[in-house]
Design a protein around this ligand. Structure first.
Ligand SMILES: [Zn+2]
Length: 64
């Protein structure tokens, strides 16, 4: 019924952006994080201070 005018000032919520709690480095998940691949998970490290940002379980095919 009521059409909202476009709001160019309104940024869409950032999706998949990680922040380093230590130094405040900000980058998308696909950005410049150092990804250490483990057998069961990926570990994301900050490229500036090497703080571990995120541990993400790797996709493991359950074909056992
Ligand atoms: Zn950092």
């Amino acid at each position: 019924m009521s059409q909202r005018p476009p709001t160019p000032d309104e940024d869409p919520p950032k999706k998949g952006v990680l922040f380093c709690p230590d130094c405040g480095h900000e980058s998308p998940v696909t950005g410049d994080w150092i990804i250490r691949e483990r057998p069961t998970r990926d570990v994301y490290e900050c490229p500036s201070c090497s703080t571990t940002i995120l541990r993400r379980r790797r996709f493991v095919s359950l074909s056992c």
